[in-house]
Design a protein around this ligand. Structure first.
Ligand SMILES: NC(=O)c1ccc[n+]([C@@H]2O[C@H](COP(=O)([O-])OP(=O)(O)OC[C@H]3O[C@@H](n4cnc5c(N)ncnc54)[C@H](OP(=O)(O)O)[C@@H]3O)[C@@H](O)[C@H]2O)c1
Length: 244
């Protein structure tokens, strides 16, 4: 059962001693990442608590421009209790907000920028066009024609943000899988058959399959909360292709 209350939830989704890039997604039982283009239609008991807990414990939240636009992202402000939890543990009051965009086609008046408690970072590439977003965010160019995500993660580590949370979307997750940056996947499965044309949680360039290890499988009502971590070499019992 998914625990009730902050302490129990933090116990299930702890900060780690080592740098960690944790990804959080929700999908339907048939694998859809959205209903009518948004993730809201997938929500159910417990997932908001998990979503808020993962934000509360991270140093930096990474989200891609497609999701910022589609979901009309707000500023990362946390609840009063969440901010107090962080300050009591010597963390900054708010995590860093980090947006990945090549086009820089982002609206400076969107609340993610206009209401931001600390100046967000936008990771882009060197060929990115001029954009008014440069006035409301720290724009950092990494890579020539696509954002060098590994360099972005290194830069965040250098700034002290080692516990990273990525909220997607699928294009960013696909690029992160291809760059082998994902240490952990928190996947909520909603009891829903969505059908239709919705994509899955990752799409991107081809990448070799990577084995993950199940850290927990918890439920609340009909919702399923899976947490996978990167398999240690000793856990890597993947069946050789010829033996499948
Ligand atoms: N169910 C869930 O948990 C969940 C979570 C998140 C999103 N979603 C859904 O997913 C959909 C949006 O996903 P999406 O795949 O279309 O978009 P996305 O992954 O959110 O964003 C893709 C955009 O991110 C930027 N980007 C990502 N990786 C990059 C790289 N390596 N180099 C340069 N730019 C990079 C580009 O921005 P520019 O276009 O600015 O260049 C690209 O167009 C929405 O329907 C949303 O509701 C669902």
């Amino acid at each position: 059962m998914l625990p009730e209350g902050v302490d129990g939830l933090v116990g299930c989704y702890p900060r780690l001693e080592r740098p960690n890039l944790r990804v959080n997604f929700i999908a339907s039982a048939d694998g859809a990442v959205s209903v009518d283009g948004l993730s809201a239609g997938l929500q159910g008991p417990g997932d908001k608590e998990v979503f808020d807990t993962l934000r509360m414990v991270c140093d930096g939240l990474i989200v891609a421009a497609g999701t910022v636009r589609a979901e009309n992202y707000d500023a990362l402000r946390l609840t009063e209790g969440g901010r107090a939890w962080r300050v009591a543990r010597g963390l900054t009051e708010f995590p860093l907000m980090v947006i990945v965009s090549g086009s820089l086609d982002l609206d400076p008046e969107q609340l993610i920028f206009a209401d931001a408690p600390i100046r967000p970072i936008v990771l882009t590439y060197r060929a990115a066009p001029a954009s008014p977003i440069r006035e409301v965010a720290e724009v950092i160019a990494l890579g020539e024609r696509e954002v060098d995500l590994a360099a972005g993660v290194r830069l965040l580590h250098e700034r002290g943000a080692t516990q990273l949370l990525c909220e997607g979307g699928p294009g960013l997750l696909g690029a992160m899988i291809a760059a082998d940056l994902v240490d952990e996947l928190c996947l909520t499965v909603a009891p829903l058959l969505a059908g239709g044309q919705a994509g899955r949680i990752a799409h991107g360039p081809p990448a070799p399959p990577r084995r993950m290890s199940l850290r927990h499988a918890l439920t609340r009502e009909d919702m399923l909360f899976l947490r996978y971590g990167r398999a240690e070499p000793t856990e890597d019992r993947a069946t050789p292709p010829g033996d499948r």
